[in-house]
Design a protein around this ligand. Sequence first.
Ligand code: PMP
Length: 414
Amino acid sequence: MIPERVREDFPILQQRMHDKPLVYLDSAATSQKPRIVLEALTRYYEEYNANVHRGIYFLAEKATQAYEDARVRVARFINAPRPEEIVFTRGTTEAINLVAYTWGRANIRAGDEILLTEMEHHSNIVPWQLLAAEQGARLRYLPFDGAGRLALEELDTLLTERTKLVALTHQSNVLGTITPVEEITRRAHAAGALVLVDGAQSVPHMPVDVQALGCDFLAFSAHKMCGPTGAGALWARYDLLDAMPPFHGGGEMIMLVQLDSSTYKDPPYKFEAGTPNIADCIVWATAIDYLEGFGLAAIREHERQLTRYALAQLREVRGVRVYGPEDVEQRGGAIAFDVQGAHPHDVAQVLDQEGIAVRAGHHCAQPLHRRLGLSASTRASLYLYNTPGDIDTLTRGLEVVRRLFTPRTAVRDR
Ligand code: PMP
């Protein structure tokens, strides 16, 4: 059980917006940060800020220890077999680009295929487009059906001996769909392909165990799970990291630099050139401790109940159409919808006046919206600090939208 007083841990949620209590429903974009995370950030800068892996003085050793402890913490959180399998990055986007630029350039050849899904975030599409254009490879897409589920019956046709990689989201940031990663991984491996999972929306919201998933790469971001912006990770099997060429070149990732060539450190350092994001990686571990204080299963259950309530309430507002699976076992709390007669930007603006923060646009998923026949949608997305009261405020706000924008005849017809 997640108690309602969780909200009190988040200073930003205590404020009023346009003279109304703030209702934050945009955690799929970025989550809010609890006080202990903010305090840990200040403590780092006030007490032990120093560059890592370099100094032999006390502060540098303390910072290095905390940074490496954070790696261990992140590894344990996703049940990675070894902490050296965690490469710190700026976030999910950089982690996926790292795989595309290093593993991709070394392994993808002309005529090879990379299988994506039509519900991917742009950060799990564009790096593969760049790679495919460079190598002469082809991208293929697994579609989703009218209920927002991946069309698994097409997998056998799309997975061929040419498929070298399947890259898919674990939870859609628009439809909320939780994808069957284990099954897809099993079938991809049987076809000889590796699997990259975009965990940006799953790792913050449910227990994720890379060994149980069986995948080869997992990318995720700290800022969506109560941690700071600018930190994230790539998890990959050690043998893959070991065989991959470096990403960025510079200090810290080398063993020996000569004038014409260099040798590189072992993973993960081979992929962490330059001064890393020390403070934010360290503080990410505090965010993980905070989430684990409740338990990811409890957070998932809280969101499941809240999503069920939200779907039922939204169904009651005339003119509102919700996208994605209806069954809360198959989805998380990213809820995209539209309001008949009102552009999503207008919906978000009216809701903002009611103190409600939602997102409007394509949510970095244009192919998904095109598939739905939309150019944009409005999205409310939930996290542990949201309550049924927030949903009630949202539905009241949508009644205001409806009154302002929906022609009376259309409301009657629908
Ligand atoms: N994938 C998904 C499914 C996402 O929701 C996001 C963030 N909106 C990303 C990738 C990109 O994450 P980041 O911006 O933290 O790199």
